[in-house]
Design a protein around this ligand. Structure first.
Ligand code: BGC
Length: 388
């Protein structure tokens, strides 16, 4: 603790010097030859911050990483941004290296939320504050702060969008005209990601009354997260599971499939490919099953605009990145970040003070308002389905 305080005070000193000397430094690429952050003999940089992101296979994590990096650099920090290719040993090595290189704070979106205890112990011993980014790091007391979205509510929104797609609810939340019964299948995320459990809990709690009165039926009988999870959120695994569900439960029967709860756009696209290969109608209006999602990835936004995927959940990663930057700056300026939730996120050892952001459901009709008008995607990106 004492060490942490000293590090924070030293960093605050550097930050003040920086503010006095540089005034922002447009065109500064943030690099420095004082990479250890320990010398303190230059007046050009703040300390080094390590930013560990899980993968570049999903565009949201690239956007997260780049936004955090840009925000920190704007405040004068030096940034070591790493992506780990969804490989746990790579991520642990990257974090070890950041600590060795003299990182003064760590921002970590874990691949496996339980796999980083040794790294975090080393960080704590070196007085380095650790901010858990989007995904809660579990089973360690050495997590100082958590920035994320209201993940239970994301699950509620995913289930709500499924109900809207089926006509059981209207977009304004009022009761829809449809009565069912409807056949649906359920997917969950990766079990080693704490968020997957929150998303699924929010979704199942929302769907439960419809299961109870028979409005919704899961013909495969696979409703437990042990059965529905997709390891590492892999698109191909989701496609394969959807193909297997069709073969085991639907093919050669009279059963129709009306909807699929999917917790992430990458999984949704795997599911959609399986359904397209099985010969369903081309669009939702023509009878293609209602498929949900998350992250507003550009390929999925286009599928929504094209009436193939029904909805997604928009989590503005720019806002999340800004919170991570604010929290880091608070620690490195000798203070504490401000939490807006100190109850929800128990990591198995302690409740981690958190800052939670809100998310929105994206339907075809509000792509313009939520994603284009806010500058998240451009009109031409939505039209092409490719990030420019
Ligand atoms: C994130 C989601 C993302 C998923 C897969 C979760 O931890 O909260 O936004 O869809 O990981 O990358």
């Amino acid at each position: 603790m004492a060490k942490k305080f000293l590090a924070a005070v030293a960093a605050a000193g550097m930050a003040i010097t920086l503010a006095a000397c540089s005034g922002g430094g447009a065109g500064d690429d943030g690099s420095t030859d004082d990479a250890t952050g320990g010398g303190g003999d230059t007046m050009t940089e703040g300390g080094l911050v390590g930013v560990a992101m899980p993968t570049q296979t999903s565009e949201r994590w690239i956007a997260d990483g780049e936004a955090v990096e840009a925000g920190l650099m704007e405040l004068g920090y030096e940034v070591d941004l790493q992506f780990a290719n969804d490989d746990i040993p790579i991520q642990t090595q990257q974090i070890d290296q950041m600590i060795t290189n003299g990182a003064e704070a760590l921002i970590i979106a874990a691949i496996d939320g339980t796999a980083l205890s040794a790294q975090l112990e080393a960080a704590a011993a070196a007085g380095i504050p650790v901010i858990s980014y989007d995904r809660l790091i579990r089973d360690s007391e050495n997590v100082d702060f958590y920035v994320t979205f209201d993940n239970y509510n994301v699950g509620v929104q995913q289930a709500t969008s499924l109900l809207v797609g089926l006509g059981l609810l209207n977009e304004d939340g009022s009761e829809g005209d449809a009565t069912g019964p409807f056949n649906v299948e359920l997917f969950a995320g990766s079990l080693d990601d704490n968020n997957a459990h929150f998303f699924y809990a929010g979704a199942i709690d929302t769907l439960q009354p419809y299961f109870d009165d028979g409005t919704l039926v899961v013909p495969s009988g696979q409703t437990d997260i042990e059965q529905t999870n997709i390891l590492r959120w892999q698109q191909e695994t989701a496609q394969k599971r959807m193909e297997d569900l069709l073969t085991s439960t639907y093919t050669g029967t009279d059963l129709e499939l009306h909807g699929v709860l999917s917790p992430y756009d990458g999984l949704s696209r795997g599911i959609i490919t399986a359904l397209q290969n099985a010969g369903f109608a081309a669009t939702v209006s023509e009878g293609f099953p209602v498929v949900t999602g998350q992250d507003a990835e550009i390929a999925s936004v286009k599928l929504i605009a094209d009436d193939v995927q029904f909805a997604t959940i928009f989590k503005d990663t720019r806002k999340l990145a800004a919170q991570a930057v604010t929290a880091t700056d608070a620690y490195l300026s000798g203070g504490e970040p401000e939490a807006n939730d100190t109850e929800t996120y128990d990591n198995g050892v302690k409740v981690v003070p958190s800052y939670l952001l809100e998310s929105d459901i994206v339907y075809a009709g509000n792509i313009q308002e939520l994603l284009v008008d806010s500058g998240y995607w451009s009109e031409s990106e939505v039209a092409s389905g490719v990030a420019e």
